[in-house]
Design a protein around this ligand. Sequence first.
Ligand SMILES: *Cc1c(COP(=O)(O)O)cnc(C)c1O
Length: 391
Amino acid sequence: MSYSIETLCQHLEGDDVNAHFGAISYPIYQTAAFAHKGFGQSSGYDYTRLQNPTRAQLEKTVAQLEHGIDCIAFSSGMCAIGCVMELFHPGDHILIDEDLYGGSIRLFREISAKNGIEFTSAPLSRVNVEEYIKDNTRAVYLETPTNPMMNVTDLAALARVTKKHGILLIVDNTFLSPYFQNPLELGADIVLHSGTKFLAGHHDAIAGFAIVKDPELRDRLRFLFKTTGAGLDPFDAWLVLRGIKTLAVRMDRAKQNAERLAAFLDSDPHVTRVLYPGLPKHPGYEIMKKQARGFGAMITFDVPSREFAIAVLEHVNVILFAESLGGTESLITYPVTQTHSDVPKDVLERNGIHETTLRLSVGIEGVEDLIGDLRQAFQKAAELCGWSQEA
Ligand SMILES: *Cc1c(COP(=O)(O)O)cnc(C)c1O
């Protein structure tokens, strides 16, 4: 592959420019089924649950962005994760990071566990992973940086351990997108994305991806995919293809804004903790520099009290109080009752997610407007809570 990532976001190497009447925007094949030319003949497309040209174009694009041999596009990130869990059998053990997207924790605890899959969670960025591997361990599953604590794990080092033990390394790469990090290149076996986030990028579509580099794993996942049937529909596939056209410029701007905001938060007296892997004091800073091309656009921070946090959520104007992340608009959320509401309290506390913790997804607005918005929200919150610097 010789095209740069910026070019791959526009069109793929080897694409026939004369196909589809020269259409520059890839057509939406809004059809459930494809007619056969004759008995035993197929255009390569039979039924949209299995394959659809618009979805296939998106899958090829994301596979190339992540340096995989195949990508499967699902109707949500959770469908992608759920399908990957179907690779495992009762009695299998999976080691997971303690800090994960709340929905993934819910899936593992409530559904995969019921199906006989055993999980152990540990802070993978800080422990000796080898000590947690048992005879029946089949995979290690993590995010880096994690949601919402921004813990960074050395993927190449972890991949050496999983290879040695012949187990799968599964990485949810949603937070950085393939523009900043390519886990397959660092030794991962399966990369997952909530395509809803940075890849689609506009808070207007729900999508998920699983990308692999091994043909046997591809065949097993393709079989599970066509059998369980959670494929991304053609129109949403087109929306994500369209979103990816600007992935590079969006990521660059969001990262720049995030670096400025992290510096602002770090110096603001109302803020008691800032977690952003682009701050040199962050414990994952050096690893991020080694394994990623950018620090991303997610920032977690703490304010003095629960009341203060709620007042901030209620007084931001430019930044929107909403779940989700990775779009052009900046969003702020409250992990305890929103993204991580189903995670048991003791697990939240152990991971450092408090009632004072806020998570910011930085968009591409003017950075001075974002800083100004937080500054005025902090002031209002301080007045409402009777907070003063001396207190
Ligand atoms: C949002 C998210 C998911 C789930 O994706 P959906 O598209 O909402 O189903 C999984 N992992 C991470 C890190 C996420 O942020």
